[in-house]
Design a binder for this molecule. Structure first.
Ligand code: PRP
Length: 207
């Protein structure tokens, strides 16, 4: 019996959409839908082990080879720049990075303060434009920052736009399109090539 392929999936919305994809491909995902607090799920039929992680931790597990593969948003891959192979755009978790703020935020602003969870993405974006900014790292509810006067603008993920709209914020610039990617550990890709390709083919067949 071959060792199962370990696949890390970002918890939450992305995990739900990943399950939909796998089910479309004929994989029995019932163990993943049990309502409990387990983090590791064995799927012996597929010779697969699913590990549920915080999105920000998925690339770390894949880079170190603690798992063979991962499903994670391009937002996090852009922020972290890990050593891994990005093999497939899964077409789920679609959203975008945008710069947003109160409607008057960009009026005569020489030195912008920018709130974001994605400080590396923000640094790179404003550096490319030759714009000097102060970046303020946040952990969540980034939309609050301009409302409370902590910063002038935010760089954040926009999906439906509801959060911005409900808080009176507008998009100034689109930074990048985001979607979930299938990623592979560099050693696993060589040593478990056949099994890895089976998983890639499985996802390819339904996207
Ligand atoms: C994300 C993002 C926005 C929101 C955008 O937050 O940071 O706040 O979703 O979605 P929308 O355009 O559909 O409203 P998330 O729910 O991941 O929580 P967070 O506040 O902890 O970042």
């Amino acid at each position: 019996m071959m060792e199962p392929i370990k696949l890390a999936i970002a918890k939450g919305r992305l995990a739900k959409q990943s399950i939909v994809l796998m089910e479309k491909a004929g994989v029995d995902c019932s163990v993943l839908k049990e309502n409990n607090r387990k983090l590791i799920f064995s799927m012996p039929e597929e010779n697969l082990e699913i590990i549920l992680l915080k999105a920000m931790d998925v690339p770390t597990y894949v880079e170190h080879g603690a798992v063979d593969m991962g499903i994670v948003g391009k937002d996090i891959l852009m922020e972290q720049k890990k050593q891994l192979y990005e093999v497939l755009d899964l077409g789920i978790g679609k959203c975008r990075f945008a710069i947003a703020g109160k409607p008057d935020a960009m009026n005569d602003r020489k030195h912008l303060r920018v709130s974001t969870k994605f400080t590396n993405v923000a640094k790179k974006y404003f550096a490319t434009r030759g714009q000097s900014v102060e970046i303020i790292k946040q952990e969540g509810s980034v939309e609050l920052a301009p409302l409370m006067g902590l910063s002038h603008v935010i760089l954040d993920i926009v999906e439906t736009g509801n959060t911005l709209r409900d808080n009176g914020l507008v998009v100034f610039e689109e930074v990048a399109d985001i979607s979930a990617r299938l990623v592979v550990n560099r050693v696993s890709f060589k040593t478990k090539k056949k099994q890895i390709y089976e998983i890639i083919d499985l996802f390819s067949s339904v996207i």
